[in-house]
Write a protein that binds this ligand. Structure first.
Ligand code: ZN
Length: 220
């Protein structure tokens, strides 16, 4: 479902069907076109900011929404999940930065709600692409973090100890509970932490890790 384009940018194949939409997930060696672009000072929150008619760093927060042609919005990640939302009915978009804190705060769902409020997007028409981030193979957390996933992953009986958590699955369930169709939630992106050649990884590289830019835009 995810593939690397010739330019080295990762893409979610189902989003390619929308001619009005442009999107891409950056890797270690390439980022999508980003001029002009609106981004945020990311703070691991569930704060959503509307980017219409604004570019540059437009505030603190972790999700951007937009509905104007010509707008591009982006998030920077290295292990956290970049989640891009697109509504083909109303031609509205969102770019979300979801680490474990943002996931627990429901930042992706807050973005979908803002799209509904601002642009009339129905959850049932939204597509979500959960891009390259740390997968369950590498995302080991201590009991103090694991325990916070009990509500989202109720079938797990090992969340009282050091264990691995699947952030993409947690986001998939949150988005489905918010009304997105499971067939519109596109996952299976590669793991940034295992993907030494392809991605930056905060967990693997520490504070020196670079960041990758993921961008979604509405063609002018
Ligand atoms: Zn991994």
């Amino acid at each position: 479902m995810f593939y690397k384009s010739e330019s080295g940018i990762w893409r979610a194949a189902p989003l390619d069907a929308f001619q009005w939409l442009e999107h891409g997930f950056g890797g270690r060696h390439a980022n999508p076109p980003a001029h002009p672009l609106a981004t945020l000072d990311q703070i691991h929150s569930a704060v959503v900011v509307c980017a219409d008619a604004r570019t540059g760093r437009i505030g603190p927060g972790d999700a951007l929404v937009a509905g104007q042609p010509g707008v591009r919005i982006g998030v920077r990640t290295a292990d956290c999940l970049p989640i891009l939302l697109a509504d083909p009915e109303r031609r509205a978009i969102a770019a979300v930065h979801a680490g474990w804190r943002g996931t627990l705060l429901g930042v992706a769902v807050r973005a979908a709600e803002a799209m509904n409020r601002l642009y009339g997007s129905r959850p049932g028409s939204l597509h979500a692409a959960i891009g390259p981030g740390i997968n369950a193979c590498c995302f080991e957390v201590g009991p103090e973090v694991a325990a916070q996933f009990r509500n989202l992953l109720p079938e797990r009986n090992d969340l009282d100890r050091k264990t691995r958590v699947d952030l993409a699955e947690a986001n998939r369930r949150l988005l489905a509970a918010a009304g997105l169709s499971l067939k519109h939630i596109h996952g299976g992106a590669p793991c940034t932490c295992c993907g030494v050649e392809e991605f930056h990884s905060w967990r693997r590289e520490g504070t020196s890790a670079g960041r990758m830019l993921s961008v979604v835009g509405i063609r002018a």
